[in-house]
Structure formats: C-alpha cells, structure tokens
Ligand binder design. Structure first.
Ligand code: HAX
Length: 441
C-alpha cells in the first residue's frame, strides 16, 4: 500500500469509529431549525452534510483542516518554488497532517506516473468543434475517461462496502494526475492550433501544468499556478460544484462521472464561470471608457450602468462569506509582489475601492466584497493566458483535489445516498394555515 493510501486508511478508519460513537450518543441533538425563507432561498445555511477537507467561516474565510491560506503559505512544502505545492494541500485534506518535503516529492512523482490519458479521450476532443466552450470539452473529456474507473470496474465485479474507499482513492489519484494534461490539450487545441506540448515529469504537478499550457516560461507563472491550484481547491461542501460531486457520489456513481457533474455545475456564471465573466466585464469597461487607467468616477458610472441593466457585478458577493475573500487577498498579495505595474491588475484594485460601497448602497446585497474570481483573470492576462473562456477549466483542475478528497472520505465513512425533502406550494400554504390555527387567539 502506498504511503498516502496507508495514512488515509488509518486516519479514516479511526474517524469512522469516532463518528459512529458520536452519532450513536447524540443522534437527536438539534443542529438548527429551518425557516421558510431558507426553503425558498436556495437552502442557505442549512447544515445537511459532512465534508472533511475544509470548513468555511463567513467572516474569516476558508480553512483547510484548520489552516487559513496564509498559514498554508507558511507551512506547506514549496519544493523548488515560492508558493505551496498543491500536492501538500491534497495530502493535508486526505490525512489531516501537514506533509514533509519528501512526502510531497513522492506525491509529485506518483501523479506523474499515473498521468497517462487514454487515447480515445484525445480522439473525442479532436472531434469537437473548436468553438465548443472549454468547459464543455473538459466535462466530456472527464466523462470519456470513466472507462478507466477502478471504482466502476470493481463495483461491477461485486466489490463490497468496505472496499469503496480503496477504489475511490485509486480513481481520485488517477484522475487528479490526468487532469492537467487534458486541460492543457483543450487549451492548445482551442487556441494554439493543436500545437501540443509534451509533459515534463521532472516538474511538480502545477509547474508541469504551467509548462504544458505554454503561455509563459517564467518561474513566476509556475508559482502563480501553484498558488492558484492551492487556493481554488476546496470551499467546504455546500458550494454548487462540491455539493453536486457529493450528491452524485452518494449514488455510488464513480469519481469520474461524479466529477464530470461537478464541473457542469462549476460552469455556471454565478459559480466558477464568474472568473471568465469578471475579466470580460473589465475589458468591456476599459474599452467603452477608452482607457486602461479609468478614474474612480468612470468605474463607478460603469458599475451603476451594469446594475441598472439588471446584471450582477461579477466577482462580487457570496452566498456564505461576509468579508473580502482571503483567496482574493492572496492573489492581490501575489500581484503586489510580482506584477504591481500591470494596468489591468491596477484596474482590479480600483474596482475593489469602488464596488463595495455601491453594492452596500443597494441595501439588499448581503456581501459587497470581492470573491475569488474578482482577481484571477487580470493575472492570467498578464502572463499571456488571455483566452477568457478557458479560465473556469483552470478552476476545475484545482477543484478536483478538494472534491475528490471529500469523495474518498465519503466512501470511507460510509455516507449514505443523499435525499433531502422537497415540498410544493400547496404544502407551504397548508403549513402556514396550520401554524396560524395553532396560535391561541
Ligand atoms: N452585483 C449586483 N447584485 C448582487 C450581487 C452583485 N455582485 N450579489 C448579490 N446581488 C443581489 C442579488 O442578485 C440579489 O438581488 P435580488 O434580490 O434582486 O434577486 C440580492 O443582491 C441578494 O443576494 P445575496 O443574498 O447577497 O446573494 P446570493 O447568496 O443570493 O448570491 C452570488 C450569491 C455569488 C450568486 C451573488 O453575490 C452574485 O451573483 N455575485 C456575482 C457572481 C459571482 O461573482 N459569482 C461567483 C461567486 C463565488 C464562486 O462561487 N466562485 O466560483
């Protein structure tokens, strides 16, 4: 058994026992009450699933196994770069332990070994029109790789419940290993005339991805990819892509098709596609205003125009967060260090000065602050990755680590089929009438 698998098995076995005892003793403890506005309002705040890799606090932002992003930047191994290696984050999410440099180097090599993409996936991609959105290509490519699923094969052969975690682990490791190659293939076929770049397996996972994209040879871009892949990996279980993964996986669909579903969810503009929408909106704004150095007043007018045309300001607001997203701040700090003279990056910072006040003034927006998607595009453009429609694929490659780690945990803990309750409007009317009748006159 490989070292990560062994640690995951030991840890998850122990947590499963603890969880069983905890639940047996406390199963009737009430976590919260649900009110009608939550039923009508997208289930905000309803606690209804276990998700081990990370936990989100509305004011503090994301913590991965208890560590904030600045703490991860300090504590996770960095290999040859200056930012944490995503391999280290995956190890942490799986085992609840910060790995050593050696453990992370082992994982880089292990993913390189498992990274072979089936030929039929490339052939399938080559059949698609070049105009197919990169997220459509990504989702189809992932589904096509399901032919490689250990989980599906072993289930078909009669695998018992106690083996689910093992098969899920193998699929998670294989799928994460293959994704950079698939994503880079989509990028190069869509935007660089299928002039593909072969992997360099001496590099770590994110640096190899940066190398295969082929947009910049600089070490800074490799570091940006390491940071990007780390901070986008997980945002607890309730966000749309993670929850989709959890729901599909709960049917015992294998990790490949669960992840394809998660990516379809990420492809919506209120979720992961927002990174594409943000940069599109910024360029539309500077083009309309006629300068890459717009004034605060010009930005403010454009923001008002966007809102009065019935649209949202992309990259701002969040269903849970109530403060500036620490993932936005981490990107801002990276940009301040390496590319503070970039005009579009400076526009992003000026938008940050203007938008929160305007959104606050609307009186209905619960979180006026920037989210993760408000910053990423400007930095990618700086390094030459200026095909906006590809941005959500980058997010997806990173998100794989969090949702696949969580799926390993779900199978290890033996979580059941997810099946919350829905009601119709007649039920709500009857419920309201019953409640009123029950109130003494
Ligand atoms: N611009 C303008 N209006 C906004 C807004 C924004 N950025 N964010 C919220 N609002 C509006 C909502 O549209 C809603 O208006 P109505 O009542 O007229 O429908 C009102 O404010 C209340 O919304 P909320 O409770 O504050 O926000 P929700 O939890 O309903 O939605 C969203 C959260 C992220 C979807 C929302 O803030 C939004 O649309 N933001 C812009 C899109 C975006 O950046 N999405 C990425 C989010 C992070 C992510 O998942 N990344 O992948």
């Amino acid at each position: 058994m490989d070292p990560l698998k062994k640690k995951f098995f030991q840890k998850s076995f122990q947590v499963k026992q603890e969880a069983k005892e905890l639940l047996a003793e406390n199963k009737n403890l009430k976590v919260a009450e649900v009110n009608l506005s939550q039923v009508f309002g997208g289930a905000r705040g309803i606690i209804m699933m276990l998700w081990e890799p990370s936990l989100l606090d509305a004011n503090e932002g994301i913590r991965f196994r208890g560590y904030s992003i600045p703490e991860l930047q300090e504590k996770l191994p960095k290999g040859e770069g200056r930012e944490p290696l995503p391999e280290g984050l995956f190890w942490l999410m799986m085992t609840d332990e910060i790995p050593t440099e050696e453990e992370v180097a082992w994982l880089s090599k292990e993913w390189a070994k498992r990274s072979n993409v089936p030929e039929h996936t490339f052939r399938l991609l080559d059949q698609l029109p070049l105009s197919a959105h990169p997220m459509t290509q990504f989702s189809l490519a992932i589904t096509s790789m399901q032919t490689e699923s250990c989980f599906a094969r072993r289930y078909d052969e009669g695998m018992g419940k106690t083996e689910y975690w093992d098969a899920a682990y193998e699929d998670a490791m294989n799928l994460i290993a293959k994704l950079p190659r698939v994503a880079a293939y989509i990028y190069r076929r869509s935007f660089h005339g299928s002039n593909h770049i072969q992997p360099n397996h001496s590099l770590d996972w994110a640096a190899n991805f940066a190398h295969m994209l082929g947009v910049s040879k600089s070490d800074d871009f490799k570091d940006l990819m390491r940071l990007y892949m780390t901070i986008h990996a997980d945002h607890e279980g309730g966000n749309a892509s993670a929850h989709t993964m959890h729901l599909i996986g709960s049917t015992l669909a294998d990790p490949y098709i669960s992840f394809a579903g998660a990516m379809n969810s990420l492809a919506g503009p209120l979720h992961g596609l927002a990174n594409q929408e943000v940069i599109k909106w910024i360029f539309e704004m500077v083009n309309k205003i006629g300068t890459r150095e717009p004034s605060v007043e010009q930005i403010s007018n454009y923001v008002h125009e966007t809102i009065s045309s019935g649209k949202v300001i992309p990259g701002y607001g969040h269903a849970v967060l109530r403060k500036p997203d620490p993932r936005f701040i981490a990107q801002m700090e990276f940009a301040k260090k390496y590319i503070s003279d970039d005009e579009i990056v400076n526009v992003v910072w000026k938008i940050f000065e203007v938008v929160p006040g305007i959104l606050q003034g609307l009186g209905k927006v619960k979180n006026p602050w920037p989210n993760v998607d408000a910053h990423s595009g400007a930095m990618l453009v700086h390094y030459g990755l200026d095909q906006f429609s590809f941005y959500t694929v980058l997010f997806g490659v990173s998100r794989a680590m969090g949702v696949l780690a969580a799926q390993c945990w779900s199978r290890a803990l033996g979580l059941p089929l997810e099946r919350p309750k829905s009601v119709n409007l007649d039920w709500v009317k009857q419920f309201v009438a019953d409640q009123k009748a029950a109130v003494p006159a």
